[in-house]
Write a protein that binds this ligand. Structure first.
Ligand SMILES: [Zn+2]
Length: 270
């Protein structure tokens, strides 16, 4: 599958689950872009891939290391174990960043923002690159967006009852969408790698997709775009009818607004 379609499938995956996470508005936009970038993350095991070329020599060398560690292209990073490793890494980076933010106004903790910042810069820039957004300026836009999101803390908004930073959810969703996409191609994915090298597929062999052929351009891409448009429309409608779940929960957490007042505010705006 092309990087473009992997990125689209990542964005689609986030829009599909956004209502469950109560993510709306500007958070929704940032998280869709983040998950689109995570949609090309598994191909970091291939030094020639879109994401590996994001920051030239730096990401190229990193991809070469990932290629060696993960056992080659479409091995470790295309398995459930690979998703778990990357998700835990982003969870750790997000939690570390959130910890520094919580202490507030302590500039000596700036380096707590570095791991999450690097992940965000990579994912945003790779996503833009895969979607051909911004051309040569796409990488600069990705870095700028990463800085903005880190500064605002949009990547460490807690979205589940278990208080997981949304960054980790984006990484897991994007990678799973990528793997599902590759499972629709002829090769399949070794989900249980390194325990087993068996390659799992999602579609019967005759209708599997060949990368960069007519079916991908005229069936897969339009379907992904249509799905993305539908879920965006649904999510936007959702945010109009049930405003500010996230803001309500955050203000409750930080300012201890009584439940009754929040409910009252929500009903008055709805
Ligand atoms: Zn792949």
């Amino acid at each position: 599958m092309l990087g473009r379609d992997h990125a689209l499938s990542g964005g689609l995956a986030f829009t599909a689950v956004a209502p469950l996470l109560h993510v709306t508005g500007v958070h929704l936009a940032a998280e869709i872009a983040l998950t689109a970038g995570a949609g090309v993350l598994p191909d970091l095991d291939e030094p020639g891939s879109t994401i590996a070329r994001t920051f030239g020599f730096l990401t190229g060398a990193f991809a070469w290391i990932v290629h060696k560690i993960s056992g080659g292209h479409r091995k470790g990073t295309h398995s459930l174990a690979g998703v778990a490793v990357m998700t835990v890494a982003s969870l750790a980076a997000g939690s570390w960043q959130a910890g520094a933010r919580a202490t507030g106004g302590r500039p000596e903790l700036w380096w707590h923002l570095v791991p999450a910042g690097l992940i965000l810069a990579l994912l945003f820039s790779a996503g833009f690159r895969a979607l051909h957004i911004g051309g040569h300026h796409g990488d600069a836009a990705g870095i700028a967006l990463a800085a903005l999101v880190i500064w605002k803390g949009w990547d460490v908004v807690l979205v589940t009852p278990r208080n997981v930073p949304v960054l980790a959810v984006c990484v897991a969703l994007g990678m799973l969408a990528h793997i599902a996409g590759d499972m629709c191609t002829h090769d399949g994915c070794p989900l249980l790698y390194p325990l087993s090298r068996h390659e799992f597929g999602l579609l019967p062999e005759p209708i599997r997709i060949t990368t960069n052929k007519l079916a991908e351009h005229w069936v897969v891409s339009p379907l992904l775009l249509a799905g993305l448009a539908y879920f965006l429309w649904r999510d936007a409608g959702f945010s109009l009818t049930a405003p500010d779940h996230l803001a309500g929960r955050l203000s409750r957490r930080h300012h201890h607004v009584p439940h009754a007042e929040v409910a009252c505010r929500a009903s008055s705006t709805g």
